[in-house]
Design a protein around this ligand. Structure first.
Ligand code: ADE
Length: 448
């Protein structure tokens, strides 16, 4: 196991971490952390594991950053944001198990190819803006956007990573709602940060997106100097020159992004309306990505916040509900009119046991689970997502009596929903139940 008092030893020969991950080659490293490729031994899925030495984190006063990174990544489920799958800790080390982006850093790509053609820059910039806008809508500001933190997957899709410097709304704010911590990487830092008068986290991220767009198109930085103070002076003045191959539309957008005045700098809405950004693009798709999964989070929030004083300690479903479910009333459109299929079956046991099993089955299949519970004792459920974040299934566990539960499965609309249909869940959950013998099942599935 990777474990020592002062940072982890090298991972070779391959080591098995927590009996679950076979750790392989080093993908990258910073002052306080190393990132390794690893394989989930049972499913064979690739992951990246960030290994942080607690001793070094303590010396660097980094526990705040680590906590912020966990809190930020837990909130953010989006196809263009690296997913945090699990967090482990040993006596000396913290491990973040993350989605693996096979294409590595955009920085490396730019370093080898110099610059990108405009249409490729546009595609990646579209994805970047959808991810950044999504973060902002969830109250998370990245504050360290740069090509090193932009990864690419096997299809060259962008994945935003490294939320170590992210600010979460309310934590870092001064009285007037502005951030005060000096952070970021010098060349990507917005001019208002250098003034140390407080700044708007959304505006500084937009500035950094402007620098990234410039670098993708030009292959070099807009503000550069061998001397740090010289670089800061150039950033504050905002004088830069676009290379000659830059189209007039792109020049216009870059000038709106690299506006030194945060009050007049372009906003996400402005970017979505920009002619260069929109060219040949499905802007509705970008908008959809910005709202990504809000429907699921809203649905969960509504259920979770519905705990009332009259809450029945014993059950979620009455005999009347069961009669309704068994075909007397067709409730199929009740939760989601677009639901393709829904199935219910009975199991014996506790809600948490069934949710644990759902999570285990999902993980083995490489699916992600967003689990929820209505209060400590009420019904529970899980939104199950495929690899691109599309909803595969919505599972809900109702308490029928202290001993019995009804599991309701609703198919999602994602590409993988066909394979992970209600039948799949019924078979995998009930066969597990039989295996464990502790939770026998009365197979009373009914279709509405
Ligand atoms: N380097 C840093 N994080 C990574 C990830 N999640 N996937 C691939 N390479 C990485």
């Amino acid at each position: 196991m990777l474990d020592s008092d002062d940072g982890p030893p090298p991972p070779f020969p391959a080591r098995i971490l927590f009996e679950t991950y076979e750790v392989g080659r080093l993908l990258g490293f910073g002052a306080f952390a190393k990132v390794y490729h690893a394989r989930h031994t049972r499913s064979g899925h690739n992951v990246a594991i960030k290994v942080i030495s607690k001793a070094k984190a303590l010396r660097g006063n980094l526990f705040g950053n680590i906590k912020r990174e966990i809190a930020a990544m837990r909130r953010l489920h989006h196809p263009h944001i690296v997913r945090l799958l699990e967090v482990f800790a040993s006596r000396s080390t913290i491990y973040f198990v993350m989605e693996y982006a096979k294409g590595g850093e955009l920085f490396t790509r730019l370093a080898s190819s110099g610059r990108l053609p405009e249409d490729q820059s546009r595609r990646l910039f579209n994805q970047l803006i959808s991810a950044v806008a999504f973060c902002h809508s969830r109250g998370v500001f990245h504050r360290d956007l740069k090509p090193e933190n932009l990864l690419l997957d096997e299809s060259n899709n962008l994945k935003l990573s490294d939320f170590g410097l992210s600010a979460i709304k309310s934590g870092d704010l001064g009285g007037e709602g502005l951030l005060h911590t000096l952070c970021g990487t010098p060349a990507y830092v917005a001019p208002e940060i250098l003034l140390k008068i407080g700044y708007d986290g959304a505006k500084v991220d937009i500035w950094s997106c402007g620098i990234i767009l410039f670098v993708m198109n030009a292959g070099y930085l807009p503000f550069n100097d061998s001397n740090l103070m010289g670089m800061y002076r150039k950033i504050s003045r905002g004088g830069y020159r676009c290379p000659r191959w830059t189209s007039p539309e792109l020049r216009q957008l870059i000038s709106r992004l690299l506006d030194t005045n945060p009050a007049t700098r372009i906003t996400v809405e402005g970017i979505l309306g920009d002619p260069w950004f929109r060219k040949g693009m499905d802007v509705e798709k970008v908008r959809r990505l910005m709202r990504f999964r809000e429907d699921i989070e809203d649905r969960i929030a509504k259920i979770e916040s519905g705990v009332s004083d009259e809450w029945d300690e014993e059950r979620d479903l009455s005999a009347f509900d069961i009669i309704s479910m068994s075909g007397g009333f067709n409730l199929s459109g009740f939760f989601n009119p677009a639901a393709a299929a829904r199935e219910r079956f009975l199991v014996e046991g506790r809600v948490d046991q069934v949710l644990d099993r759902m999570e285990k089955v999902s993980k083995e299949e490489g699916l992600w689970v967003r689990r929820w519970r209505r209060g400590e004792k009420g019904r529970g459920g899980a939104a199950v997502e495929g690899r691109m974040g599309t909803l595969v299934a919505w599972l809900e566990v109702f308490r029928l009596s202290p001993e019995f539960l009804v599991v309701e499965v609703e198919s999602g609309t994602g590409e993988e929903a066909g394979r992970f249909n209600p039948q799949f869940w019924r078979e995998s959950l009930t066969s597990r139940v039989r295996e464990s013998a502790a939770l026998p099942v009365a197979p009373t599935a009914s279709k509405t």
